[in-house]
Unconditional design. Structure first.
Length: 157
């Protein structure tokens, strides 16, 4: 009985090996796989909103590539008053995941960050941080941080 079972197993292995040999090929794939864009974010600049001094407009560009993965885009700004270190303007915002497009191309985005504490100070440095997450991509997240002088853009009138 053991001999019959062993013989059957050997025959099954021979059939599987034959099938694998028949389907395996040394031919290269007919098309190159699409290159996958890395998950990246870059802060391009930030400026205080001229009408609302409690708002900063942050310009950034992000790229992500996993269209079915969970995604997010978060931006924060912090600025300390040089004359009173206890006064810190701080704000953060989360962009709706439905507007974060992950298709492997770069997407410019303007994000509004409102201070939760004090108005932003013109001509004073602030720390701007942006993160993009794209679960399912490699890498699954990226961040950029910059120290920028926050200014109110002056329009010629």
């Amino acid at each position: 009985m053991l001999g019959k079972a062993l013989g059957g197993a050997i025959a099954l292995v021979a059939v599987v090996a034959t099938v694998n040999q028949a389907t395996a090929t040394d031919d290269p794939p007919t098309s190159d796989p699409k290159p996958v864009a890395a998950t990246v974010v870059e802060i391009k600049g930030a400026a205080i909103d001229g009408k609302y001094p409690g708002r900063v407009k942050v310009d950034l560009v992000y790229t992500c590539s996993a269209p079915d993965g969970a995604r997010s885009l978060n931006t924060s700004v912090e600025q300390t008053d040089p004359e009173d270190k206890d006064n810190v303007a701080f704000g953060s915002t989360r962009t709706s995941p439905t507007t974060v497009v992950c298709d492997g191309t770069a997407h410019p985005q303007e994000v509004i960050v409102s201070s939760k504490t004090f108005n932003w100070l013109d001509g004073i440095d602030g720390i701007v941080v942006a993160t993009v997450t794209d679960l399912g991509a490699t890498p699954p997240a990226a961040a950029d941080a910059k120290q920028l002088t926050l200014t109110v853009p002056h329009t010629g009138a």
